[in-house]
Design a protein around this ligand. Structure first.
Ligand SMILES: NC(=O)c1ccc[n+]([C@@H]2O[C@H](COP(=O)([O-])OP(=O)(O)OC[C@H]3O[C@@H](n4cnc5c(N)ncnc54)[C@H](OP(=O)(O)O)[C@@H]3O)[C@@H](O)[C@H]2O)c1
Length: 272
């Protein structure tokens, strides 16, 4: 991981969904640039392993097993970090889930993606909807609500919400996901205005197609990944998670102090 011009020495950060993918890259990059980082996710083995790796790279990290759909978990996470480090300066709301299902069954039409997704034919049900919205949107609300009083008291905060290009354009068979990410964008703009007087900035980073395990059918097939990139991405490749982490580092830094309510789209030209 690279040290950059951005110096986060003395700052403490929480990264949700830090065990793998984009969250992992964000946590490593923030730590490599001086921040103490709390790693929050449900899979203890992944965040414990990352905490050890960050320590071996000379950084400081604590792994705190957290499910962002549980308010008690989120509150314990924040308490733990306040006890350990005395404050939270940076919150990266990255934890997220994705699913492809039609809102209602497709009346005998079988789109290509159907064969890749168990249960596609039945369409989205309430459990699917609430799981996606509860993680991707309500999880952001919970984490913001838990850290903001402490940021307000210290008159300093950097909140970075990982939204998606799917907040801006529709992706068929991903209605719940698109709705959750569009709402994260709106929530971020509202909180940017609400908390501007406390020197808390709230921004989004909106990734395009990124090489992680978010959608296993594509993640597990290099052929499908290449085909998806060729069809959808002007740069004809997926982003590396580190390419999403750099704008997160910028927005977490002192240099981004005049940026709030914004969304940085990192997508290899998809929305161009
Ligand atoms: N990959 C892409 O193409 C892409 C594009 C646009 C936006 N994004 C967004 O980027 C973010 C990261 O996704 P990724 O691609 O890095 O996916 P990923 O590799 O599947 O990682 C997702 C992370 O979120 C955590 N997570 C999921 N549910 C959670 C919960 N209830 N509580 C706490 N942690 C939870 C997972 O850990 P556990 O399962 O252990 O909890 C994991 O660490 C997501 O918000 C996603 O929507 C991704």
């Amino acid at each position: 991981m690279k040290r950059t011009v951005f110096d986060l020495s003395g700052r403490s950060a929480i990264v949700t969904g830090a065990g793998r993918g984009i969250g992992r890259a964000c946590a490593r990059l923030l730590a490599a640039n001086g921040a103490r980082v709390a790693l929050a996710a449900r899979s203890a083995d992944e965040i414990d392993g990352l905490a050890r790796q960050i320590a071996s790279e000379g950084g400081e990290a604590i792994a705190v097993r957290t499910d962002v759909t549980r308010r008690s978990d989120v509150e314990s996470l924040v308490e733990r970090i306040l006890d350990a480090w005395g404050g939270v300066d940076i919150l990266v709301n990255n934890a997220g889930v994705f699913q492809m299902k039609p809102l209602v069954p497709t009346l005998g039409w079988t789109p290509g993606v159907a064969s890749l997704v168990p249960g596609f034919e039945a369409g989205l049900d309430d459990d699917d909807w609430y799981r996606i919205v509860d993680t991707n949107l309500t999880g952001v609300y919970r984490c913001c609500q838990a850290v903001a009083p402490h940021m307000m008291g210290r008159k300093y905060g950097r909140i970075i919400n990982i939204s998606s290009i799917d907040a801006e354009h529709g992706l068929a068979f991903a209605a719940a996901y698109c709705a959750s990410k569009g709402a994260v964008r709106s929530l971020s703009k509202a909180l940017a205005r609400e908390w501007v007087r406390y020197n808390i900035t709230v921004n989004c980073v909106a990734p395009g197609y990124t090489d992680t395990g978010l959608f296993p059918p594509i993640a597990s097939s290099e052929e499908l990944k290449a085909e998806t990139a060729r069809r959808n991405v002007p740069m004809r490749r997926f982003a590396d998670p580190e390419e999403i982490a750099f704008p997160v580092l910028y927005l977490a830094s002192e240099q981004a102090r005049y940026v709030t309510g914004e969304s940085l789209v990192i997508d290899g030209g998809v929305l161009a």
